[in-house]
Design a binder for this molecule. Structure first.
Ligand code: HSE
Length: 354
């Protein structure tokens, strides 16, 4: 039985989602996958930090999510970097806030984890959109894994499908609805709600980023387009190479006009390979599409992605693109994959260090 000790950096929506899944499924993962996922540390800039080298109770973490340091544990108040470097975790789960300009603090967290011999699993798009090649090189040098499934379409396996199953078929184009918040807003506006009210609902449901400007201006979708371009198509596009327009300018009249014409607005991300690397392009923009178009039926926080390939034609995946359990599950799926690759401890070989 391999025990995989986890340090959670960030205990917001995603951290609490994955902890809830552990409450429900830890035993099942232990018996079915031979991996015992044990949280030993949580460090959150607002909620506090706790570390117990012999394990924290996931239920107690959730009950005290607002003020973690109420828990009776041997170590409290460690910041993220200390938690990553000094705790006895085997894997660090990076779920701090996303910054698509600098990638920080996530990039420092990811690097610190790898430099300290710990696997890194991220839902944070910043470090992946901006620094994936550097992180991958460091992980390879150290013989460690990087999990990034949660950065695109939450737990819906868009990256696994693209990188593991379709890449060899030659992916020439990727197109899809890559942001849950804006798709939710557009769906609710189509049902008659105002833009602001629809945005508040998306925030309440945990879909939006801490600063929803990133969602509504298409920055989040542009980050995902860059991640897809790099990981699935080997195109070295940065987020600033993605042409971008958001949805904040769309009015109820725009929505009504499209509806009257038998169309709906969708925020669509596209990545295209050109004849040469320089000719590759990526963009995010709202588009009016006919109601009969397959993407028109993708509602709410659901995302969809179509990979155009040489041997399979179009392959489309539809599923949740955001949410607490949905993104929490992406972290779990990456950990189970690392377990299958036998990179996690197969036996408990040493006593936890306090
Ligand atoms: N804010 C993002 C979205 C979360 O709405 O899609 C998932 O990346």
């Amino acid at each position: 039985m391999g025990k995989c000790r986890l340090a959670l950096i960030g205990f917001g929506t995603v951290g609490q989602g994955l902890t809830q899944i552990l409450v429900e499924k830890r035993e099942q993962y232990r018996s079915e996958f031979g991996v015992d996922l044990e949280v030993v540390a949580v460090s959150d800039i607002n909620r506090g930090s706790v570390y117990d080298p012999v394990g924290l109770d996931p239920r107690s973490l959730l009950e005290n999510a607002g003020e973690l340091e109420r828990l009776d544990v041997p170590h409290k108040g460690w910041d993220a970097v200390r938690t990553i470097s000094e705790s006895n975790a085997h894997a660090v789960l990076e779920m701090a806030y996303t910054n698509l300009q600098t990638g920080e603090p996530g990039f420092t967290h990811a690097r610190t984890a790898l430099e300290n011999g710990k696997h890194i699993v991220m839902s944070n798009k910043g470090p992946v959109a901006l620094h994936f090649p550097a992180l991958l090189a460091l992980a390879r040098e150290k013989g460690l894994a990087i999990g990034v499934e949660g950065t695109v379409m939450s737990g819906t396996p868009a990256l696994a499908l693209g990188t593991e199953m379709l890449k060899g078929a030659g992916v020439s184009r990727i197109e899809g609805i890559l942001n849950g918040t804006t798709n939710y807003i557009l769906t609710r506006m189509g049902e008659g709600l105002g833009y602001e009210d629809a945005l508040v609902e998306a925030q309440e449901k945990g879909y939006a980023e801490a600063d929803p400007t990133g969602d509504v201006e298409g920055i989040d979708a542009a980050g995902k387009a860059a991640i897809l371009a790099n990981l699935v198509m080997d195109l070295p596009l940065g987020i600033n190479d993605v042409e971008r327009k958001g949805i904040s300018h769309l009015t109820p009249e725009d929505i009504a006009q499209a509806d009257a014409a038998g169309e709906v607005w969708k925020l669509i991300g596209t990545v295209e390979k050109g004849a040469t690397l320089v000719a590759a392009s990526a963009r995010v923009a709202p588009k009016r599409i006919p109601k009969s178009h397959p993407l028109a039926g993708v509602h709410g926080a659901t995302n969809a992605i179509t990979f155009t390939t040489d041997y399979l034609g179009d392959v489309t995946l539809i599923g949740p693109g955001a949410g607490k359990l949905e993104t929490g599950y992406a972290m779990i799926a990456d950990l189970l994959k690392i377990g299958r690759q036998r990179l996690l401890p197969q036996h408990e070989t040493r006593e936890p260090v306090s």
